[in-house]
Structure formats: structure tokens, C-alpha cells
Design a protein around this ligand. Structure first.
Ligand code: NI
Length: 258
């Protein structure tokens, strides 16, 4: 369990039996699916950053709303980070197929609203492409939930309240990758990470992204314009709260739409 202060056992799909899931579906057809990435986060950040953040915020949204949360899809599309050891990426076409199969599995048994809480900017385009593939399959295979099936993606770091707080705390040192906001959240969730938290020289500015060799040339230590040393565990607690309040509201709206 990531956040030992709170109990998420009642909202985790993975801890339910199939009979309990069947009962849940009578009243709610929604589920949260956390999606992250396993990729370098600069010389002081954890490889699992995007998976940790997406999972913890998803658990907290589930606790606040009572909507079930799936085990996380920790691997994402991180091709441009492959120049750094520890990165594990799914190619865009693989991620499309994985997400497609997971959603169709849920839909076959009655889930109609799939809410993705995302921790990695590189997943966004691929997930949107996957949703179109999912809708086509649901129609062509005549799934019972077909016409009602909806997927939605929301990235916690793009929530306006989160964005504003990051700007107030860090200004332009927030940068675009290995940001102090995401690193704060990981320090709050996993205090052992404080042991590698130290100051760094000025980062390379954020530039265009092509292949992983070009990425490493432009961003030699993996950071894109960020100063993760500004991160603090107590900031992470605030980001967790702001993101989960806003995403809970967004999720409830999504579930109430016809
Ligand atoms: Ni990240």
C-alpha cells in the first residue's frame, strides 16, 4: 500500500471477489484505471515516479467517491526515454492493444465508464488513439454495453488547481520533466527517496522530442528545464489533495452523463 495512513482496501478491484464486483455493477458501472510509465526522472528521481503518482491519486479518488480502482497499468509509452537505463517502454501500438484489451475485458462484463488517471504526458496521444479502437470494437462485436461505453482520460498534472500550485511554488523551475511537483508527490509517498534528493546544476531547457538518442543529447541528465531539488514531501501531500478533489468531481460528472 502506497499511503499507509489511509485504507483503500474497500475500493480496490484487485481485493474484491467476482461476486462482489457483480453486486457493485448493479449500482455503479464506472471504474478508475491508473496509468503511469516506468522511465528515468533525472539523476535524483525514481524510475517509477509516473506510476506511483497515478496510482496514489487514483486510490485517493476511489476512496473519496466509492468508485472501484483497477490495479495500475504501470508501463506506458516512454520511447523517448530509452537512452537512460531503467526505462521500460511499450511502443505506441503495443500500448494501444494493451489498453484496448483491458477496457474490452471490463466492458464485456458490464463496465460502461472507464476513467483513466494518467501520470505521464507521453501516454496522452496513444491513449486517445486506443479509445477510438475500443469504440470501433465495441460496435463491431455488438457488445451489450457498446453504445454506452465511454472512456475518459485526465492527467493529474494538468488539473488547473495543480498547475497553479506548481507555478506558485516553483515558477519556471517546474520545467517539463522530472518536475518538482511530481517529485514532491513521490517524496510524500515514499520517504526512502529523500536519501537521493540533492541539488543539481542548471538543467538543459525543454526542447523538441524526437528519438531517444536526440533526447539524451538535448537533455543529458534527463531533466527538461526542472529543478527537482525544490520538491518537498509536504508539497506532495498538497498536490495529492488538490488533484484528488478535482478529479473526484470530474469523475462524478463523467459517471452522471447519459
Ligand atoms: Ni513524470
Amino acid at each position: 500500500m502506497l499511503d499507509t495512513l489511509k485504507d483503500y482496501s474497500s475500493v480496490r478491484l484487485g481485493l474484491r471477489s467476482w461476486t462482489e464486483v457483480q453486486e457493485y455493477l448493479v449500482n455503479c458501472k464506472g471504474i478508475i484505471l491508473p496509468i503511469g510509465s516506468i522511465e528515468q526522472h533525472g539523476p535524483t528521481g525514481a524510475i517509477e515516479t509516473d506510476a506511483l503518482t497515478a496510482e496514489s491519486i487514483s486510490n485517493e479518488v476511489a476512496r473519496r467517491t466509492g468508485v472501484l480502482v483497477s490495479p495500475p497499468q504501470v508501463f506506458g509509452m516512454a520511447e523517448h526515454h530509452l537512452g537512460f537505463p531503467g526505462t521500460m517502454s511499450l511502443r505506441p501500438e503495443t500500448l494501444i492493444m494493451v489498453v484496448h484489451d483491458l477496457v474490452i475485458s471490463l466492458a464485456k462484463n458490464g463496465f460502461e465508464r472507464i476513467y483513466f488517471i494518467n501520470g505521464h504526458g507521453g501516454n496522452i496521444a496513444t491513449l486517445k488513439a486506443a479509445f477510438h479502437q475500443i469504440y470501433a470494437t465495441a460496435l463491431e462485436k455488438n457488445l451489450a454495453v457498446g453504445p454506452k461505453l465511454r472512456c475518459k482520460l485526465n492527467s493529474w498534472f494538468l488539473v488547473p488547481e495543480v498547475y497553479r500550485l506548481a507555478n506558485e511554488l516553483y515558477g519556471d523551475k517546474e520545467g517539463k520533466h522530472a518536475t518538482p511537483s511530481e517529485i514532491s508527490l513521490t517524496l510524500h509517498l515514499e520517504p526512502s527517496l529523500l536519501s537521493k534528493h540533492h541539488s543539481l546544476p542548471d538543467p538543459a531547457p525543454a526542447g523538441p522530442i524526437t528519438n531517444y538518442e536526440d533526447f539524451r543529447k538535448r537533455h543529458p541528465d534527463g531533466r527538461m528545464g526542472s529543478d527537482p531539488y525544490l520538491a518537498k514531501p509536504m508539497h506532495g501531500e498538497l498536490f495529492l489533495e488538490k488533484a484528488s478533489i478535482a478529479l473526484s468531481e470530474d469523475l462524478l460528472n463523467f459517471l452522471s452523463q447519459p
